[in-house]
Design a protein around this ligand. Structure first.
Ligand code: SF4
Ligand code: SF4
Length: 82
């Protein structure tokens, strides 16, 4: 019996911390991040993760000037094979 581990990634973005600079949008190699049409409480459009194909590269996180706004979460699913 072998065990396979599959990693997936997803983003958490805190809309109220976002300053709407768009750096994460430009940085994402998979073009997964869009800006909202609505404004947050500070009057800025905010980043939204609009796709499922995040590869966990961290480019959005490292390019964001607002600490704590973007978190890249790694999820590990294990499938057992007989
Ligand atoms: S971790 Fe990489 S692929 Fe995932 S949303 Fe951020 S920049 Fe895009
Ligand atoms: S880089 Fe950070 S502050 Fe700028 S739009 Fe993206 S989440 Fe918002």
């Amino acid at each position: 019996m072998t065990q396979k581990r599959k990693k997936t990634h997803r983003l958490e973005i805190v809309p109220e911390e976002c300053k709407g600079c768009g750096r994460c949008v430009k940085a994402c190699p998979k073009d997964l991040i869009k800006m909202s049409v609505e404004l947050n409480e500070m009057g800025f459009p905010y980043a939204i993760c609009a796709g499922q194909d995040c590869i966990g590269c961290g480019a959005c996180f490292y390019n964001c000037p607002e600490p704590g706004t973007i978190t890249v979460i790694e999820q590990v699913e294990s499938d057992e094979e007989k």
